[in-house]
Design a protein around this ligand. Structure first.
Ligand code: NCD
Length: 304
């Protein structure tokens, strides 16, 4: 098996064999991610982290992954304190970080930013989220979580719940689910449905999906319930946000009665009650851990 990409920008660039390659390598990385083994594969290598938007898990798990591989990290997690405040453009900042590091991880509020940087620097670039666009590394860790917990991606049914319009995690994830013939149920308020062009792509990919607005009735026989946060910061009008917020909450009572595992890319706002956390099928914190072996697999493959 081989990995065919030099950059990780969109899950749509992946062949099925690329996804399988990373998922398999991630399994080998798990003992290192759990601190049971020490690794020197990327000793002396540096990862350049450029985060223009807030992040907890994505940034910290990339840092953890690079350090677990024996490497180190440089970069910034906010514009404040960098020359971006003096008016430096993305192109120039990326040139500089590429001079100092062996790969770049970029999170930016503009869709297309990661592709633009990848086209203009000589080191591998990983998209850690570009606006409402794509979040391919989250998708890989989501798939890894499903595979680890369900044993396989075959014959799986997934409900995606919440902000399907602005959520980049679901915009990425659906393409990978379609690749593995996973059946999808979209559950969202009418205003926040999956964009039509993505639905058209899924139809072309012969993906089986249906669109619903009601939560409880539609999650009874699914294998995975993937909750998402309403992406408040991406609403052009705050009034529109107020109309749709707080519509779906998974309570302990609901989750106790279903077999499916509950996932969430996090951060949660009010989509999952805190008393769900102790149930066996609450998988979201474990899912966040799986981000480490998956990102280790990616960094180990991309950084030569
Ligand atoms: C997500 C993101 O940034 O898109 N967070 C993450 O990376 N785990 C989800 C979100 O912000 O709602």
């Amino acid at each position: 098996m081989k990995f065919s990409l030099n950059d990780v920008i969109s899950i749509r660039d992946f062949k099925k064999s690329d996804v399988e390659y990373i998922l398999k390598l991630a399994e080998e990385m798990e003992p290192i991610a759990r601190s049971e083994k020490v690794c020197h594969k990327k000793d002396g290598k540096l990862l350049g982290v450029m985060f223009y938007e807030p992040s907890t898990r994505t940034r910290l798990s990339f840092e953890t992954s690079m350090k677990r591989l024996g490497g180190d990290v440089i970069g910034f997690n906010q514009k404040q304190g960098t020359s971006i405040q003096k008016g430096e453009v993305l192109y120039d900042t990326a040139q500089i970080v590429s001079q100092y590091s062996d790969a770049i991880v970029l999170r930016h509020d503009m869709e297309g930013a990661a592709r633009y940087v990848a086209n203009n620097v000589d080191v591998p670039v990983i998209n850690a989220g570009d606006g409402a666009g794509q979040h391919p590394t989250q998708t890989l860790l989501d798939l890894y979580t499903i595979k680890r917990e369900k044993g396989d991606l075959k014959n799986i049914k997934v409900a995606l719940v919440g902000d399907l319009k602005y959520g980049r995690t679901v915009h990425s994830l659906v393409y990978a689910l379609a690749m593995f013939n996973v059946e999808i149920i979209f559950i969202s308020p009418k205003e926040l449905q999956m964009p039509q062009e993505i639905l058209d792509d899924l139809t072309k990919m012969k993906c089986k999906f249906k669109i619903e607005t009601q939560l409880v009735n539609n999650i009874q026989d699914v294998d995975v319930i993937y909750m998402t946060r309403i992406q408040k910061e991406r609403f052009p009008d705050p009034q529109e946000y107020l109309k749709v917020k707080g519509q779906y909450t998974l309570t302990r009572n609901i989750v106790q009665k279903i077999d499916g595992i509950v996932m969430h890319p996090l951060p949660r706002v009010d989509e999952i009650s805190f008393d769900v956390d102790t149930l066996d099928n609450a998988l979201y914190f474990k899912q966040a851990f799986y981000g480490v072996p998956v990102r280790m697999a990616l960094l180990n493959t991309l950084i030569k």
